[in-house]
Design a protein. Structure first.
Length: 144
């Protein structure tokens, strides 16, 4: 299997605020909801839904790029149903495309389906194996 690494630095900003910094200095701020945190950013689960929407959306635009003159707007709403008890993971996610323009329904459906089934790495990563490693005070302190 061919692999390609990707790395992101996420730093604690105090309280429950974390800020992820990617390529080119682009940042994503996350915080816990009001009452626990101070609502200064997206909840991490919201960021995951946004990542899925952005990934599928970019694929759809790429697939439909020859027809982009016919599109006026694309809005993607992601709704996730979470388990009630920890770890409160998503049990189901609905991705709703609201498209305006003079474009054939079948072409848009094809682009959405191909993205979800073949191209969108975020959708395919939702069941990825996750491992953890600890570096404490500059020394590796284990991995699980």
């Amino acid at each position: 299997m061919e692999t390609n690494g990707l790395k992101l630095s996420t730093k604690w900003q105090g309280d429950f605020v974390f800020e992820a910094a990617g390529q080119g200095g682009h940042k994503l701020r996350m915080d816990a909801h009001q009452g626990v945190g101070n609502d200064q950013g997206l909840l991490p689960m919201q960021a995951l839904l946004g990542s899925l929407a952005g990934c599928v959306g970019m694929d759809v635009v790429m697939i439909l790029r020859a027809k982009m003159k016919e599109l006026r707007s694309i809005e993607i709403i992601t709704e996730g149903d979470k388990r009630q008890n920890p770890p409160k993971e998503f049990l189901a996610i609905m991705v709703i495309f609201i498209v305006e323009g003079d474009i054939d329904r079948e072409k848009v459906w094809h682009a959405i389906e191909v993205s979800g089934e073949k191209y969108c790495p975020v959708a395919h990563s939702l069941k990825a194996d996750v491992t953890y490693k600890l570096v404490l005070n500059g020394e590796e302190a284990g991995a699980k």
